[in-house]
Design a protein around this ligand. Structure first.
Ligand code: AMP
Length: 282
């Protein structure tokens, strides 16, 4: 039986029991609407640890005023079941009041990494992410924490924070789980209508094109990005935030591909914002 935990106090008490028993704790933070991408993290946490905690919390602090906080898909009973089926011992699903008690006024700021890629289009987003993840780290005190490469920039900023602030958890990043046709799984895919779903293939296909360009010897980042943009441009309604070829650690744009790079992109289809990326070693 997977236990549903809704208060910080109870979660901390359970964590303390695990500590006393000498158990390792694997932690998978999520915003719910769980899919195979999330579950791949839970299964890995199950394999690596004695106890597995999955958090389900839609963190208001990381959404911009014009973003999809209100309509973000929520289905805790389904998530509880799915997390359990993948091996979670505890589902931690706190309320907003529990996470942000009245008077709350402390947050985590990082200097450079959050300003790159998505950060340029989602001001304040990574401040919200880092703050909630640090809070969750303090509550769950995980031995290991699992994140998806799907949110590549997020995994980099969190890894940095975990080191900078001595969070005492090993940050593990796992590969992107995709639909059969290549679309990266995402809770936001639930928003996609039939036409959106078809058009959304331009993300993964653009990445395949970018990777092929590198494999064929192209080293000029601008040429690689242009080839990716050309594929996206075929979907007239796609509104691009960015298409980028960046350093995997600094997330700064590279001019010439010399080592491993991340091809990353973000775009809007109607009201839905989608992201995807691919690590490519030349
Ligand atoms: P979210 O619920 O969207 O905040 O995601 C929770 C965690 O699941 C994050 O670490 C994501 O990167 C990860 N995740 C989401 N989608 C995928 C996917 N398709 N493959 C692998 N991990 C994913």
């Amino acid at each position: 039986m997977t236990r549903l935990v809704t208060t910080v106090e109870e979660m901390q008490a359970l964590r303390e029991s695990a500590r006393v028993e000498g158990k390792t704790v694997g932690f998978v933070p999520t915003m719910g609407a769980l899919h195979e991408g999330h579950l791949s993290l839970v299964r890995r946490a199950r394999a690596d640890n004695d106890t597995v905690v999955v958090s389900v919390y839609v963190n208001p602090f990381q959404f911009g005023p014009q973003e999809d906080l209100q309509r973000y898909p929520r289905d805790l009973p389904a998530d509880h079941k799915l997390a359990g089926s993948a091996g979670a011992d505890f589902v931690f699903a706190p309320t907003d009041a529990e996470m942000y008690p009245a008077g709350f006024q402390t947050y985590v700021e990082q200097f450079t990494l959050p300003k790159r890629l998505c950060g340029r289009f989602r001001p304040g987003h990574f401040r919200g992410v880092l703050t909630v993840v640090l809070k969750l780290f303090h509550i769950v005190r995980p031995t290991r924490s699992y994140f998806g490469q799907k949110d590549y920039q997020q995994s980099v900023v969190i890894r940095r924070m975990a080191g900078d602030l001595h969070c005492g958890t090993e940050v593990v990043t796992l590969p992107i789980v995709r639909e059969e046709d290549g679309l990266a799984m995402s809770s936001r895919n639930r928003y996609l209508g039939v036409r959106d779903r078809k058009d959304a293939l331009c993300l993964s296909e653009a990445l395949v094109i970018g990777e092929a360009a590198i494999r064929n010897g192209e080293r000029k980042a601008s040429a690689i990005v242009d080839a990716m943009r050309e594929r996206i441009g075929r979907v007239k309604r796609a509104r691009i935030d960015y298409v980028a070829c960046v350093d995997p650690e600094t997330l700064a744009a590279v001019k010439t591909v010399e080592g491993t790079v991340v091809l990353a992109l973000a775009l809007h289809l109607g009201k839905t914002r989608l992201i995807d990326n691919r690590l490519v070693a030349p």
